[in-house]
Design a protein. Structure first.
Length: 418
């Protein structure tokens, strides 16, 4: 195919430009302005924007409809080959602007207005956590604060979900683009993208006992006691239990602050039936829940919110990542729903894990770690407020070794005697 000049492209119909962009597999071409689309096509095909088309008698040869004779054989539809994925991204909600519709799809601004701190060098590799937007595209948030746009086509092909840790080369933002863009996905949750199996069902993967400790460090005496005497592993089903006013919610929130600093873990908190003021407490501690329902919501709505967050954790784990879902609370959902939610936690043979830590007044069965809080100790300000006789972790030697398990047993015995 010959190199098209800017002159040829600028006089082509928009349908022809879309058809050519589809053949060249340009992601999101339908949201580009005409001049941007021309620039992108020339760049993708290796053309020179300064080229001029040969003229005849000082005038360009045209045919009816404003198109040149040379373009007569260009396709007039935007379809791509049947064995190729369409380059167009799913369209989001559309809005009216200046008398015409524009796809509300990519995070963009006027030309020259780029988000501060998001500039990246051409080809620079960036790694960060994915946040998928309602229109199907996503933003990658890097550790240095940079944000990188990920096209809906890449999200769809790699089946990316919120919390996936992704890396790949980038290109700087072009005109009218707010963010730099990810050129391609190279790794997902530390594994090469071509090695992931996105259609592999979470429930079909091999399950192992939790054997890797979640190292929790905190100055809070109750959280420190939980970490030391009832260790939690990656893939554990942990329940903080105790009567009303025993401090379950506060203990979970402080545990969340400690878990936030654990490397390689995606923390997903959901408040189901929370007091309105508690959301502010969580945010002040540096953990913003991904879902928060107040006391007015019924059990069906709360169960649905928890299930959606757990599903995100399942997909992260299936890809080899590590997710920790915190739930406050499972009370009021019924034994069956509570047990089903907890049962999703597991350590997978593929290397990923989903850990669930929830609060509830009574255990439901099947937990690998049960932390029982003592209301009397909490009410009188005596911390750690744990009922050591009732709290336990199954097979602690898998998490801290035989010597560590023996040390825990000795410490518990000494505290109980005291």
């Amino acid at each position: 195919m010959s190199v098209l000049t800017r002159d040829v492209l600028e006089s082509s119909t928009l349908a022809d430009l879309h058809a050519l962009a589809g053949e060249l597999q340009i992601d999101g071409f339908r949201r580009l302005r005409r001049e941007q689309l021309v620039d992108t096509i020339i760049e993708r095909r290796g053309g020179d924007a300064s080229d001029e088309e040969p003229r005849e008698g000082g005038r360009r040869r045209r045919r009816r409809g404003g198109r040149r004779d040379e373009d007569r054989d260009e396709p007039t539809t935007s379809a791509v080959a049947a064995d190729e994925e369409p380059a167009e991204e799913p369209r989001g909600r559309r809005r009216r602007r200046g008398g015409r519709d524009e796809a509300d799809e990519a995070p963009r601004e006027d030309a020259g207005k780029q988000a501060a701190g998001t500039q990246v060098a051409d080809g620079e590799t960036v790694e960060g956590t994915i946040s998928v937007t309602p229109n199907g595209s996503a933003l990658l948030s890097a550790a240095d604060g940079a944000e990188v746009y990920v096209s809906a086509g890449q999200v769809r092909r790699c089946e990316l979900v919120d919390g996936d840790r992704v890396s790949g080369p980038t290109r700087p933002a072009r005109r009218s683009e707010r963010f730099p863009s990810l050129v391609r996905v190279e790794t997902i949750n530390g594994r090469p993208a071509d090695e992931t199996v996105p259609d592999e069902r979470f429930d079909d993967l091999d399950v192992l006992r939790p054997h890797e400790l979640l190292v929790v460090r905190s100055e809070d005496p109750t959280v420190s006691a939980i970490a030391w005497l009832t260790p939690i592993g990656r893939g554990s089903r942990a329940l903080l239990t105790g009567p009303h006013a025993s401090g379950k919610t506060e203990a979970l929130r402080r545990l969340a602050v400690a878990l936030r600093d654990v490397d390689g873990v995606e923390l997903l908190a959901v408040l189901a039936g929370a007091r309105p003021e508690e959301l502010g407490d969580w945010r002040e501690g540096g953990v913003t829940p991904v879902a928060a329902l107040d006391l007015s919501e019924g059990p069906e709505q709360r169960t649905k919110a928890i299930d959606e967050v757990v599903e995100r954790g399942r997909r992260i784990a299936a890809r080899g990542g590590h997710a920790v879902v915190l739930v406050d609370t499972l009370d009021g959902l019924g034994e069956g729903a509570a047990r089903r939610i907890l049962s999703a936690a597991r350590r997978l043979g593929t290397g990923g894990s989903l850990t669930i830590v929830a609060t509830r007044e009574q255990p439901v069965g099947g937990e690998s770690t049960v932390v029982v809080l003592d209301r009397a100790l909490a009410a009188t300000g005596r911390f750690p407020a744990l009922d050591l006789a009732a709290s336990t972790t199954l097979r602690p030697e898998l998490l801290v070794g035989e010597e560590g398990a023996a040390a825990i047993a000795a410490a518990r015995a000494e505290l109980l005697e005291g």
